[in-house]
Design a protein around this ligand. Structure first.
Ligand code: HEC
Ligand code: HEC
Ligand code: HEC
Ligand code: HEC
Length: 500
């Protein structure tokens, strides 16, 4: 073979030169490759060593962190995107009350009946809390209706202000009082230590809930922290006492029954229902708690495993900070562990959701009936003593429904637990109706109570007596006049980086 080659070169020297050149090119490319590997290694090390900016306290301005960690920052910024829809969810701002007007009746007498939108990405958190009718139109210091506690899960300015004001004083202030301070949407300083970049817990409510259970959150492993940073906000909570102190109801455990037992034992209610006069509980978003009851948590997964998958940029592996539905990028999420096709995996999710939502919609209907029947009973002279048991069924039934409805990922995170909770919810709603029917009979009402037409959001809001035209006009004016002043002040005080 070699003799044949040298023979060929002797006959045609150009072959020799061609070979020589080819070898040179290969050597050159190998050299380039080696250099780039060393360079990337150096780059990874230097990301931490050559920070462009150093922080010694909580820095709320995400743009500054972006100078040090451009990959995480650029993906984080994409939580502003509104381009994805799965069968039931997505990163858009859907009007849930328009889709399911029964909810207006379920929340009669409470601000949620005015407006409730589906969640979208973290970068929208401040825009959305300012724009919702639920926060009203506070103009002067001390104006309500909401306490500053409402800011708690919206911004890295929250831990900054808690450091400055003290935790209790923060919660005690009014929401509008801090409008010019809470200006950067959920970001780096919510989850990271500014010096070490370690994951960290910045919200006192989570630390305190652990303490009351005799646990020290500082002992949490990294894998636990990859869920616990989310559990600072994606959990059930209540505003305790006159100081509106943010408190997680976990003292008796994490199940829907354990939290209910806690609320019942301290006789807590979020509001009194406008139709049925029931002392109600509003479930918030027990995503973490429900997730704990599901198969993935029990196999040791964390939220970040599905909602912040690893990405590669050349030789650098980093966490995708575009937190959203894992169905947008299934090869990076589900398929890192499962070998099924995308279609099959997607259908598992849809099947769990469809089945849960089928029962959820039934429950909504039956709970509406129970509230309207209770109103009829009161109107016909029922007494507190007669109504007590029926109202307790309504309270417990709606709490279970809301626990599922408000945990947006729950039907996938914990499908069996979700169905269990919904069956009890349906049972309580029917028990309430049975009791109310008896009371109505006793007061001479026979036959069915006539149900109102609440087939659209507008009809339902008119039925419960809301003046939506006035609500919307006031809010629109407030958004145009008060919000720009907050933002101007924030920029003047170097709290907010002006958009270029
Ligand atoms: C909601 C919580 C959360 C927010 C907000 C957040 N991160 Fe992270 N970050 C994480 C988690 C979880 C990890 C994975 C940590 C691990 O596995 O050790 C991570 C990892 C990182 C890492 C380590 C390298 C990597 O990518 O895995 C850097 C650097 C980082 N984040 C920067 C940022 C920056 C910059 C911002 C703001 C633009 C930010 N993070 C916002 C939760 C968050
Ligand atoms: C500081 C509070 C806070 C933290 C920490 C936080 N979230 Fe959120 N999250 C929110 C709020 C508030 C929204 C709704 C924002 C809106 O609709 O304006 C939201 C929305 C979401 C959404 C919906 C996004 C979409 O595209 O529809 C997902 C998914 C989510 N969060 C997951 C997580 C995960 C996973 C973590 C932890 C890695 C986490 N969040 C940490 C407060 C938080
Ligand atoms: C095994 C993967 C997996 C894990 C782990 C996981 N999730 Fe999810 N999550 C999903 C899927 C799938 C959906 C449904 C997305 C859809 O329908 O588009 C979802 C939905 C959500 C939603 C609703 C998003 C929306 O647009 O309304 C939130 C919020 C959420 N998850 C938060 C969390 C939190 C917080 C944790 C940890 C406590 C967590 N998830 C753990 C897979 C996961
Ligand atoms: C980090 C690994 C990991 C990721 C990511 C992951 N899973 Fe899983 N999943 C598991 C493990 C482990 C089990 C339990 C398997 C078993 O016991 O056989 C499981 C179980 C399941 C099951 C069966 C649940 C049950 O009731 O037992 C389904 C369905 C499922 N996963 C779907 C998904 C989907 C859809 C995604 C993406 C949104 C996903 N998984 C992401 C590891 C993962």
């Amino acid at each position: 073979m070699l003799t044949k080659l040298s023979e060929a070169i002797r006959k045609k020297p150009i072959i020799g030169w061609a070979l020589f050149l080819a070898v040179m090119v290969i050597v050159f490319l190998l050299g380039l490759f080696a250099a780039s590997v060393t360079e990337r290694r150096a780059e990874i090390a230097s990301i931490f060593n050559n920070k462009k900016v150093e922080f010694d306290t909580i820095e709320a301005k995400n743009e500054l962190w972006g100078l040090n960690y451009p990959r995480e920052y650029e993906t984080w910024k994409r939580t502003a995107d509104m381009d994805f829809r799965s069968k039931h969810q997505g990163n858009m701002e859907d009007d849930v009350l328009e889709q399911r007007p029964d909810m207006v009746v379920l929340w009669a007498g409470y601000a949620f009946a005015k407006e409730y939108k589906a969640p979208r990405g973290h970068m929208h958190a401040l825009e959305d809390i300012r724009n919702t009718l639920r926060t009203g139109c506070p103009e002067n210091v001390g104006d309500g209706p909401q306490p500053a506690t409402c800011w708690t899960c919206k911004s890295p300015d929250v831990p900054r202000m808690m450091n400055e004001m003290g935790i209790e004083n923060f919660y005690k202030a009014q929401w509008g009082d801090l409008g010019a301070e809470i200006v950067n949407p959920i970001g780096c300083a919510d989850c990271h230590d500014p010096k070490t970049m370690d994951l960290t817990i910045t919200r006192p409510a989570l630390i305190e809930a652990f303490e009351r259970q005799g646990k020290d959150i500082k002992q949490a492993t990294t894998q636990e922290l990859r869920s616990l940073v989310c559990a600072q906000c994606h959990v059930e909570y209540h505003f305790k006492g006159d100081g509106k102190y943010l408190t997680f109801p976990w003292d008796k455990g994490f199940t829907v029954e354990a939290m209910e037992a806690y609320y019942d034992s301290v006789q807590f209610s979020d509001w009194t229902h406008a139709l049925s006069k029931t002392p109600m509980l509003k479930a918030q978003h027990p995503d973490y708690e429900l997730f704990m009851m599901g198969p993935h948590y029990q196999r040791g997964l964390s939220c970040a495993d599905c909602h912040m998958p690893y990405k590669a940029d050349g030789g650098i592996k980093y966490s995708d900070h575009q937190i959203m539905s894992p169905l947008k990028n299934m090869s990076g999420t589900c398929q890192t562990c499962h070998r099924d096709s995308e279609e099959k995996l997607r259908n598992y999710v849809y099947e769990y959701q469809d089945k849960a939502f089928e029962i959820r919609d039934r429950v909504e209907n039956e709970l509406v009936k129970a509230h309207v029947m209770a109103k009829a009973a009161w109107d016909n002279g029922a007494t507190d003593a007669e109504m007590k048991q029926a109202l307790e069924d309504i309270r417990h039934g709606q709490w279970r429904w809301d626990f599922v409805a408000a945990s947006h990922g729950g039907s996938f995170h914990a499908p069996v637990e979700t169905q269990r909770i919904l069956s009890h919810s349906l049972d309580k709603a029917m028990q309430a109706q049975l009791k109310l029917q008896k009371i109505l009979f006793a007061h001479g009402v026979s036959g069915d109570v006539v149900m109102p037409d609440v087939s659209t959001k507008a009809k339902a809001q008119a039925y419960i007596g809301l003046d939506m035209k006035k609500e919307n006009e006031n809010k629109a004016k407030w958004i145009q006049t008060v919000v720009p002043k907050w933002l101007e002040k924030a920029k003047a005080n170097n709290r907010l980086i002006a958009e270029s």
